[in-house]
Design a protein around this ligand. Structure first.
Ligand code: IMP
Length: 196
């Protein structure tokens, strides 16, 4: 099948397409912007995203057989900041960035955090939902040059490296998006088995 990944984020596309590589699908990046509603859950954000796209920016292939599209919304939840930035992660990264997050955590010994991904796949007129999470500690300073967003300050449990010190394959083995993608891959495999 042809899987369209709706994102303008090159890093997200790299991670998602890397995980889809072993399966025999064509993967295409699509820059189709949609409004991110200010909601309490990431799941609501992706649900509204898909609804909005189908109503306002439908492309012919979205209804074609053997095509599907994916949208992903992620958020960083920091325990010492009572879950902030959470659903505001995009805006917070854009405004205060990693420097601002490190400043908010100055003097804080509790560095626990979790990254969550909500991923929705739309095919054949239906939505299929997957999620993943990754527990971590926030570093004391930015480290590494790979990845994007909060990667330089995010040290997943089980590693001493930040995501920005890992390559894509390594990050995928730990990450929230990697976990959501594992469930999505299982779904794609079971879909193919049922069809065959
Ligand atoms: P989005 O709304 O899913 O695009 O992501 C919210 C914010 O979190 C954006 O600033 C992204 O750059 C950041 N972000 C999303 N996924 C990741 C990730 O895997 N690592 C680090 N930052 C991320």
């Amino acid at each position: 099948m042809i899987i369209h990944i709706l994102t303008s984020n090159e890093g997200k596309f790299r991670e998602i397409s890397k995980m889809l590589q072993p399966l025999d699908h064509e993967v295409i990046k699509e820059d189709i912007p949609y409004p991110e509603v200010q909601a309490e859950s990431l799941k609501t954000v992706v649900e509204h995203g898909i609804e909005w796209i189908l109503e306002n920016d439908m492309r012919p292939w979205m209804k074609a057989p053997d095509h599907g599209f994916v949208i992903d919304d992620s958020g960083l939840f920091i325990k010492a900041l009572k879950g902030f930035p959470g659903v505001y992660s995009k805006y917070v990264f854009f405004t205060i960035g990693n420097t601002g997050i490190l400043r908010l955590l100055e003097e804080k010994k509790d560095r626990e955090a979790v990254f969550r991904t909500s991923l929705m796949f739309h095919t054949d007129g239906r939505n299929h939902y997957f999620e993943g999470l990754c527990r971590a500690h926030i570093a004391y300073q930015e480290r590494g040059r790979h990845g994007f967003g909060y990667d330089p300050v995010f040290i997943p449990i089980g590693s001493e490296l930040t995501f920005a010190e890992m390559d894509t394959a390594q990050k995928n083995t730990f990450s929230h998006r990697g976990k959501a993608m594992e469930s999505f891959l299982e779904f794609l495999i079971s879909m193919a088995t049922n069809e065959g």
